[in-house]
Design a protein around this ligand. Structure first.
Ligand code: NFS
Ligand code: SF4
Length: 650
């Protein structure tokens, strides 16, 4: 048994960890160990650092220490800490969305010459959905109108609801969000208000704080929905694509450029520009340029351009460890600063590109939206130059890679279902659930968390859900975990699907006009593309004639880590979804707050958090939640049918 078995289930990563040990580089896995044991105050959320009198740590049995210096109780402190995660996540996602919306605006206005409206059909569809007139207007005019509407969602000063929430959820959810006062009017406004609300000496009411946290979470949702819509408008709506994943995609004979981060504005242009620069790479002695992705910018270019996946969050350093990465081009979010120090042991250039995400000592090529291709060219040229300095002694070629079938936008999924039922594609899924062929739908999302074994929860939970006939969609680093481990393949359907899921997927594969059979799990894209999964949920609810809390749909972040994951989890709860997380969140320090997020939320929204680190138990809880919902659904439709029968008899 390798000493790295506890670190990761990924064989490529294990080999690279052996190499890291050999060269004496401490990776994220070593640093995670070095953090143990963790402080219990922080672990349970009862350490407050909101003002400079802190840290105040709550010791329940110690007189005077059972409250913070200002008198804040455990429930106030835990609630404030929790919602501030959401504010961080919503800021990241929505800033990304704002960046894309601004780019669409600029294209519509005739600037940003290197971008264009690639999917005008989607632009018109979005315009229609949000109630904008399109007749007699040019595509550029519609682009300006839609982007301006999106930008309004960031800074509206009146109380009108955010357009991208309002236009994408069920009527039931709209009413629920209004009744519970969590419908946001402005993304930025709700975040600022939450930071105000959680300032020292302000709101002490944990429930009030949590509701504001949910309002911000819906702002996060709004930013993600518009980011997905407008990214599709700019770069195209993903369609099924076949590629490969894991460190074996790094090709010793090619100039290897990894794109890492989240924002497709640069990575997509790097991918397109690299196609035109193959000759320059050949002149440098390589066979060409090989692009691969890490984290969600990788998912963006995987979905739209079939770019291979190198690895996911926890193992990003290990890509450099192969000695084969010539440049790693990063934009924003989830980029380990350690990449730079590691790159010093190799020839790799770490290139930062965004003004808000710099790493001391790395190369900073500021991305210029007005001259995007020029920016991309300069970066690729630096990678080609660097390739020439590769050290053959330090190369460790990786063989591990798996085939990947990805690119499942909601549009693509519906088109596939339409091959079975062209009049009502979504009913293909809902009917299979009603008939008991499928148990329901599970969304797998989120990161890696170095508190556990890398990719283990992702893989084990999905395999067990597959055996239990659950239709699965995935995003983010969860999608990449499945890509790396061969679960995004038709072969995995044969190996892991239960009889119902297998029959369902094979039936559709036989009819769908695709170059490949369908994979076990449908990879829907980056983390902002969790919006696509919610649109699937909304469609299912409308087709079933129920609101979202009654749809047999669950979500799991088997290895969540980032503030963004907390925000996504929170709005999924508001959408009425049971949300499993494979770590224990720092809410346990207050029974009240912990009870609200794991139980009471269910009474109000239908959704709630399930915190379970053990993958087998986590899966059982997800299955139980699905079974309860599909059982109720069947009882309800049987009763409805019986009632209709009686009506006709009378
Ligand atoms: Ni989501 Fe994607 Fe990965 Fe987590 Fe980071 S890359 S936006 S946050 S770590 S899934
Ligand atoms: Fe302590 Fe209150 Fe300041 Fe928090 S806000 S650090 S509990 S004094």
């Amino acid at each position: 048994m390798s000493e790295f078995e506890k670190c990761t289930v990924d064989p490529a990563a294990r080999e690279m960890l052996v190499k890291a040990k050999k060269i004496g580089f401490l990776t994220s896995f070593d640093r995670a160990k070095a953090q143990e044991p963790r402080c219990n105050f922080g672990n349970s959320g009862i350490c407050c650092r909101i003002c400079l009198q802190g840290p105040c740590r709550i010791i329940p049995k110690k007189l005077g220490a059972n409250k913070g210096i200002c008198g804040a109780s455990d429930y106030t402190i835990v609630a404030r800490n929790t919602v501030r995660y959401i504010a961080g996540g919503a800021s990241a996602h929505s800033d990304h969305g704002r960046h894309i919306a601004t780019a669409v605006l600029h294209v519509g206005e005739g600037h940003a010459k290197d971008y264009k409206i690639t999917d005008s059909a989607k632009l018109l569809k979005v315009a229609k959905r949000i109630g904008l007139p399109t007749e007699g207007k040019s595509i550029n005019e519609v682009a300006v109108a839609v982007a301006s509407e999106a930008l309004k969602d960031f800074g509206r000063q009146d109380t009108a609801p955010c357009t991208w929430v309002e236009s994408t959820v069920t009527e039931g959810r709209k009413k629920k969000f209004k009744d519970t006062t969590i419908m946001p009017s402005s993304i930025n406004g709700s975040i600022a208000e939450l930071l105000h609300q959680t300032h020292i000496g302000n709101d002490a009411d944990p429930v009030n704080i949590i509701f504001s946290g949910l309002r911000v979470a819906l702002g996060d949702y709004d930013g993600m929905q518009l980011a997905t819509d407008l990214s599709d408008v700019l770069f195209g709506t993903p369609t099924p694509t076949v590629t490969e994943a894991n460190l074996g995609v790094l090709d010793p004979e090619m100039v290897n450029i990894c794109v890492h981060g989240h924002n497709p504005l640069l990575s997509q242009v790097v991918v397109d520009t690299a196609r035109e620069m193959q000759e320059e790479a050949k002149a440098a002695g390589a066979k060409g340029i090989k692009l691969s992705g890490i984290c969600c910018t990788g998912n963006e270019v995987l979905s739209r351009a079939g770019v291979a996946i190198a690895t996911n969050f926890a193992t990003q350093e290990l890509a450099i460890m192969t000695g084969l990465v010539d440049a790693i081009v990063v934009d924003v979010q989830c980029i380990m600063p350690s990449l730079r120090s590691l790159s010093e042991c190799f020839h790799t250039k770490v290139i930062t590109t965004m003004p808000i995400s710099k790493i001391p000592g790395s190369y900073h090529y500021e991305f210029d939206e007005e001259n995007a291709v020029e920016s991309a060219r300069a970066i690729i040229r630096l990678a080609i130059e660097t390739y020439k300095r590769r050290d053959p002694e330090k190369i460790e070629r990786q063989e591990y890679k798996n085939k990947v079938v990805a690119g499942f936008s909601l549009e693509a999924i519906l088109e596939i279902f339409a091959s079975v039922n062209p009049d009502n594609p979504i009913s293909v899924l809902t009917e299979a659930i009603k008939a008991g062929e499928l148990k329901g739908v599970a969304l797998f999302a989120g990161c890696n968390n170095l508190k556990g074994t890398h990719n283990q929860n992702h893989v084990e939970i999905a395999k067990k859900m597959a055996a239990n006939d659950v239709f699965m969609v995935a995003t983010g680093c969860a999608g990449q975990a499945y890509a790396m481990s061969g679960l995004l393949t038709p072969e995995a359907v044969e190996a892991y699907a239960g009889p119902g899921l297998k029959a369902f997927l094979n039936r559709i594969s036989a009819k769908a006009d695709l170059k490949t059979a369908l994979p076990l799990i449908f990879h829907m894209g980056s983390c902002v593309d969790n919006s696509r999964a919610t649109s699937l949920l909304t469609l299912m609810a409308n087709e079933l004639g129920v609101d979202t809390p009654d749809v047999p749909f669950v979500a799991s972040a088997p290895e969540p880590m980032s503030e963004k994951a907390v925000a996504i989890g929170a709005w999924n709860v508001a959408m009425g979804i049971p949300v499993h997380i494979g770590v224990i969140a720092p809410t346990t320090g207050s029974d009240l707050v912990h009870g609200v997020v794991t139980q009471i939320a269910k009474d109000v929204f239908g959704g709630y958090f399930i915190m379970e680190t053990d993958y087998a138990k986590g899966t059982d809880k997800l299955l139980a939640a699905l079974e309860e919902r599909s059982w109720k659904l069947r009882i309800r439709s049987a009763a409805k049918a019986k009632y209709a029968e009686r009506e006709t008899a009378n």
